[in-house]
Design a protein around this ligand. Structure first.
Ligand SMILES: Cc1ncc(COP(=O)(O)O)c(C=O)c1O
Length: 392
């Protein structure tokens, strides 16, 4: 039996395939340095694990409400008020199985065949794939290095048509680590002001920002407030990738459909996980764990970027957020795919091909610095050797 036609364009995740190949080489005894996975290398903070154990003992083991308990939704609202200065009502919040299901829920709830959705190029590619499953068209807007990874508003405006139903914004962005400025987002707001277009704002990296940068939510721009559905989660800032917990915050008018639809997709998120996630948010300031991890990421970023920019053939902008460096390899004369293969085979360093994230990724590779400083230092030494070898 052939799978449904709408799945025709779906293939295995190339990042996972690349990681599997590197693991295989490691199993054969090769020393490998992996900078592929967008997964913090820290343990989940102890106070969250304790809260989960307590929740299990307290009997939070039955079916949860589809949208999650009030304690969780209130914790999300309190977090947005505290960190982002945005007031929401718990009636606007729905728990999800990570930001990934949140993206699936939002896109599949609004996109019909032939609709168009604007997505960044480059971008973590679930959005394009989910649009494809809906039979909708992902129209790419560029985030280019020479434009400091900001939205080119002229290009952006030219891509909007009568079929545009949604715009995906992701700041800080995966794979480039770029953070959109308030002015840039205000430019977007102006363009969509008189249009019936939804903004889907992926804010999964909003706590991981550096050099005093603040990630601005489109929802904080008054004219976008009622057009924006926020996606966020616990995987990155709280190092909770395996817990599979996230949420959306939606204008109230969309709540009912999203609630019913998520019921069909996941029937709620494990009750004990939601209790622990609420504690993660409520007690965060007390334990300061997000900040401790953020500071460590910032140190690694500074070191890695410094070393890359000492080389002759590689360069990068200082990324303002997330834990990715988008390294320019154009001076090597190789395509991004050739470079990744060359580096893996000859030097045991694994990075992700930029083109996985869209055509704007050609000439770039993504480095995740969610790896130990020891690995980063060892890999940078090897990277200098690779750089010298390119001279020969
Ligand atoms: C931009 C972006 N959105 C969503 C996700 C999914 O995150 P989660 O683990 O919460 O499903 C990722 C994961 O890498 C991501 O980079």
């Amino acid at each position: 039996m052939k799978a449904a036609k709408r799945l025709d364009d779906l293939g295995m995740s190339k990042i996972r395939l690349l990681s599997a190949k590197a693991q295989e080489m490691r199993a054969q005894g090769r020393q490998m340095y992996m900078f592929t996975m967008g997964q913090p290398d820290f343990a989940t903070p102890r106070y969250i694990i304790d809260a989960c154990e307590k929740a299990l003992e307290d009997g939070f083991t039955t079916y949860p409400a589809y949208e999650g308990p009030l304690v969780f939704r209130q914790a999300v609202c309190d977090k947005y008020e505290r960190d982002n200065g945005l007031k929401f009502d718990p009636k606007q919040v729905i728990s999800t199985c990570g930001a990934a299901q949140a993206a699936y829920l939002v896109l599949t709830s609004f996109l019909d065949p032939e609709d168009e959705v604007l997505v960044p190029n480059p971008m973590y590619n679930i959005y394009e794939n989910i649009a494809g499953v809906c039979g909708a068209k992902a129209v790419k807007y560029s985030l280019r290095e020479e434009n400091d990874f900001q939205i080119d508003l002229d290009e952006f405006k030219s891509l909007i048509t009568d079929k545009t139903k949604m715009i995906v914004i992701c700041s800080p962005n995966n794979p480039i680590g770029g953070v959109l400025t308030k002015e840039n987002l205000e430019g977007v707001a102006e363009i969509v002001a008189d249009k019936d277009i939804l903004i889907c704002s992926d804010e999964i990296y909003e706590r991981l920002v550096y050099d005093g940068t603040k990630a601005v939510s489109p929802a904080s721009i008054p004219s976008l407030r009622d057009k924006t559905i926020i996606i966020n989660g616990f995987s990155k800032a709280f190092s909770m990738t395996g817990w599979r917990v996230g949420y959306i915050i939606t204008p109230e008018q969309y709540f009912e459909k999203l609630y019913v639809h998520t019921g069909l997709q996941v029937s709620g998120i494990p009750a004990f996980v939601l209790q622990a996630a609420a504690v993660a948010l409520n007690d965060e300031e007390k334990y300061n764990t997000v900040e401790k991890m953020r500071v460590e990421f910032e140190e690694r970023r500074n070191y890695f970027v410094g070393e890359i920019n000492k080389t002759k053939h590689f360069s990068c902008k200082m990324p303002k957020g997330a834990f990715y460096i988008f390294m320019n390899i154009k001076k090597t004369g190789m395509t991004s795919e050739e470079f990744v293969d060359w580096l893996v085979e000859n030097y045991g360093i694994v990075m992700v091909t930029g083109t996985i994230f869209g055509s704007e990724g050609e000439g770039f590779v993504r480095i995740s610095y969610a790896s130990s400083m020891d690995d980063i230092q060892a890999a940078c030494k090897i990277l200098h050797e690779a750089d010298k070898a390119l001279d020969k």
